[in-house]
Design a protein around this ligand. Sequence first.
Ligand code: FMN
Ligand code: FE2
Ligand code: FE2
Length: 380
Amino acid sequence: MKNFSENVKYVGADDKNIDLFESQYLVPKGVSYNSYVITDEKIAIMDTVDRRKTDEWLKNLKCALGGENPDYLVISHMEPDHSASIAAFLKVYPDTVVVGNAKTFQIAEQFFGDIFKNKLVVKDGDKLSLGTHELTFVFAPMIHWPEVMVSYESSEKILFSADAFGKFGALDADEDWDCEARRYYINIVGKYGAQVQTLLKKAAALDIRIICPLHGPILTENLGHYIEKYDIWSSYRPETEGTFIACASIHGHTYEAARKLEKILKDRGEKAEFIDLTRQDMSKAVENAFRYDKTVLAASSYDGGVFPPMEDFLNHLKAKNFQNRKVSIIENGSWAPSAGRVMRTALETMKNIEIGATLTIKSALKDESELACFADGVRA
Ligand SMILES: Cc1cc2nc3c(=O)[nH]c(=O)nc-3n(C[C@H](O)[C@H](O)[C@H](O)COP(=O)(O)O)c2cc1C
Ligand SMILES: [Fe+2]
Ligand SMILES: [Fe+2]
């Protein structure tokens, strides 16, 4: 971790062995649970870490404190990937004042019981002076839990942004920020676009030099880039011109047709990305549907409905408030194709979805020209 401040130290931990983050997200390059120490006349710790890393975090903390005792523990988010080590922390540093809002303590007491002797209950906009450093608490309710608040430190112009601007991947993961931050945002915060827009408006009034999120790298340069991405994602605008093809095929015939469609689009010089919902990462598929301006759903019929991996995908899209896109449909059935109807009905429950053409395949695609014609409609 490169030193980004004299007085603010990173004390978080990388988790490279977790199989699934939040029991559903593949994290091939791990995930980090970030936590920070601000040293001034008073010492404040910004959040704890997941219980998988409590011991490592307490060691980092001890080292950063250099024998001092912390004055405050600021809790920006009660989700256990950040709050799970609070009780262990208070055993070691029992006199620390825990800082949170009324909802923070309500949830904290549900998790830990009545262990909070020294509480500082703050309101939106309250300030806490540490000496030269001063924190202002800015509530960010429902991004993506009700108690979430971010903290702005005015002397160094640091925004402690909670889960916002977070990313999958351990801190040393050598990968593009946009992709893994997008997959993180869309899947974890995607439903709460309106709340993120409100926070972005509040943040626009602050002079921010550094963003310290609870996952992923500390952002010190080119902040406009990250803020612009958040603005796009949270306003449900497409980010990339192109077609995302999501496919759920039982015996491979729908798969073959969808792959041919991908080739037709690419041969035309257009951007297209294919995901096999039966084998590939669901969260990547959800990310792509939000990313591209057009989507094609291709699926086999199944017991009078649609093959379950597609149903699952549609449920995920609905849960994340998927909206403002054009979606076209390829269905396959051998006797009474039903997949298209089920996909259409699901899409009709979502906001501002333009449903494009439906191509019905009976068992196997016979005439490729049908697919070329369908491709015209996908991008029209
Ligand atoms: C368990 C099961 C249930 C199916 N249910 C239907 C159905 O309700 N209606 C239909 O037309 N075809 C049904 N089919 C047939 C498949 O939809 C069809 O053979 C398939 O779409 C061929 O494309 P694929 O190779 O991409 O799976 C079913 C197939 C299986 C294995
Ligand atoms: Fe969270
Ligand atoms: Fe988190």
